[in-house]
Design a binder for this molecule. Structure first.
Ligand SMILES: CC(C)(COP(=O)(O)OP(=O)(O)OC[C@H]1O[C@@H](n2cnc3c(N)ncnc32)[C@H](O)[C@@H]1OP(=O)(O)O)[C@@H](O)C(=O)NCCC(=O)NCCS
Length: 416
């Protein structure tokens, strides 16, 4: 029997599809009624694919609408890919390739500027034109070594830190997050559903969430909510009654350095907490340098995170901003025929144009390399050294770095 691909599903397909999703991610395969309800409400069945063999779902794939922040703060429409699994019984027969091809074509027709995903393993998605665009670092802070003032009694800047409940977070969090998103290249939008799932309003058994976390808000001296923190603590004691808690950050967003400083210092000053697990931060997060001894923050993970696949090169290059003026002709190879071609980028600090051209190329590369450099994190000089981009005109890689790279690294705070 041959497996056949269905590029959209019916509501009655969802239980079997979810069972295949669990199986593909090596989770217990049973799907509770609560999970079915919560997940079904969120599936766009026209963008949910399944491969069926003898009536059994053996592969899953879906995508959804997302907004992704470019350098400079404007956002672009993204095709967010998720829930990708192929059953081990059907692996390496091209099922992922078929589902991906269908999804990317549909995204291109819809007018999405790019596709985005978080890759479970590095080697999977490069072949489809995705490149790693943001990285994350996680630290564990040894609070005793952090050399912060042991008499710390709150932010000294006139701002304040308060505990909050889930209702306040659902009310104040979205506004704060939109302010963050408008200034954080690599950030993606959070839907109402995101806030409901992450503040306990929507739950299902096995959703991986703990009991209610601690929520904290930072308010600036003028009263505006500029920072939000959600964390858990594990309530551990060692030996002869010595508290040994680890505080684990679930979410920490801040729209000012004062808010960022206040929230990290607050965490480092909680009695009983000896370690802080920071969660996924930008690799150039301020945290280590906010500590009296930055070496108290030990990196535990440093890895690629958000992968991007350009679909509309002119929109991507005209939406982001540039710190300097310059002209480049990029020759982009794309075997799928979705976004390749030769483009002339004319960038200035006041705006840019990007149009197809027949001029000689300055730089030649695969489309995924544009996904890697677009948010400013990777250097074209490194890519040419690696043989991943070819410099056709001397100085073109250095010019690309001047135009594309950013002072702070991009960061995607969310998992999807
Ligand atoms: C990753 C996964 C979806 C791949 O599905 P698949 O149907 O076997 O992939 P395909 O057969 O379409 O593979 C296409 C190509 O990618 C390669 N490839 C696929 N998965 C790969 C992996 N994990 N590592 C290296 N190469 C991989 C294949 O070898 C094949 O190469 P070829 O064209 O040179 O022969 C599947 O193995 C899986 O479900 N893994 C566990 C869950 C997971 O990691 N999901 C991804 C979440 S982001």
């Amino acid at each position: 029997m041959t497996a056949h691909l269905r590029t959209s599903l019916d509501s009655s397909d969802v239980p079997g599809w979810l069972r295949a999703l669990h199986t593909g991610f090596l989770q217990p395969p049973d799907v509770s009624k609560e999970e079915l309800e919560v997940r079904r409400a969120n599936l766009d069945l026209d963008r949910t694919q399944g491969v069926y063999d003898g009536g059994r779902c053996v592969a899953t794939f879906r995508s959804f609408e997302q907004r992704l922040t470019a350098v400079g703060g404007a956002d672009v429409p993204a095709d967010a890919v998720t829930n990708v699994t192929v059953s081990p019984t059907h692996r390496r027969r091209g099922l992922l390739s078929r589902m991906m091809e269908h999804d990317l074509r549909a995204a291109k027709e819809r007018g999405d500027a790019l596709a985005s995903l978080l890759a479970a393993e590095y080697p999977i998605y490069g072949r489809y034109g995705f490149g790693p665009a943001t990285w994350v670092t996680q630290w564990t802070v040894d609070v005793a070594r952090a050399r912060l003032d042991p008499r710390y009694a709150g932010p000294g800047c006139g701002g304040r830190v308060d505990y909050a409940d889930a209702d306040e977070i659902r009310q104040l969090g979205p506004v704060l997050h939109e302010r963050l998103r408008a200034r954080q290249p690599g950030a993606v939008n959070r839907t109402d559903r995101w806030w409901q799932l992450n503040t306990g309003l929507l739950r299902f058994p096995g959703d991986g969430r703990t009991a209610e976390p601690f929520y904290v808000l930072y308010r600036s001296p003028d009263g505006s909510v500029d920072g939000l923190l959600a964390f858990t603590a594990d309530d551990r004691w060692e030996g002869n009654k010595r508290p040994h808690d680890t505080a684990t950050v679930l979410d920490l967003i801040a729209v000012s350095p004062a808010a960022e400083r206040a929230l990290w210092h607050f965490l480092c000053s909680i009695d009983w907490v000896v370690h802080i697990a920071t969660g996924r931060r930008a690799p150039d997060d301020l945290l280590p340098l906010l500590l009296g001894d930055p070496r108290a923050a030990r990196p535990t993970t440093h890895a690629d995170y958000l992968w991007l696949r350009p679909l509309d090169v002119p929109v991507l290059l005209e939406t982001r901003t540039y710190p300097a003026s310059g002209s480049l002709v990029l020759d982009l190879r794309d075997a799928s025929g979705l976004a390749g071609g030769r483009y002339h980028l004319d960038a200035t600090p006041d705006g840019a144009t990007c149009v197809p051209t027949t001029r000689p190329a300055d730089l030649t590369m695969d489309i995924g390399e544009l996904g890697t450099v677009w948010l400013g994190d990777e250097s074209m000089t490194r890519l040419t050294a690696l043989g991943r981009a070819d410099e056709e005109r001397p100085g073109a890689a250095a010019l690309a770095d001047t135009l594309l790279r950013t002072a702070r690294r991009p960061w995607c705070p969310d998992m999807f």
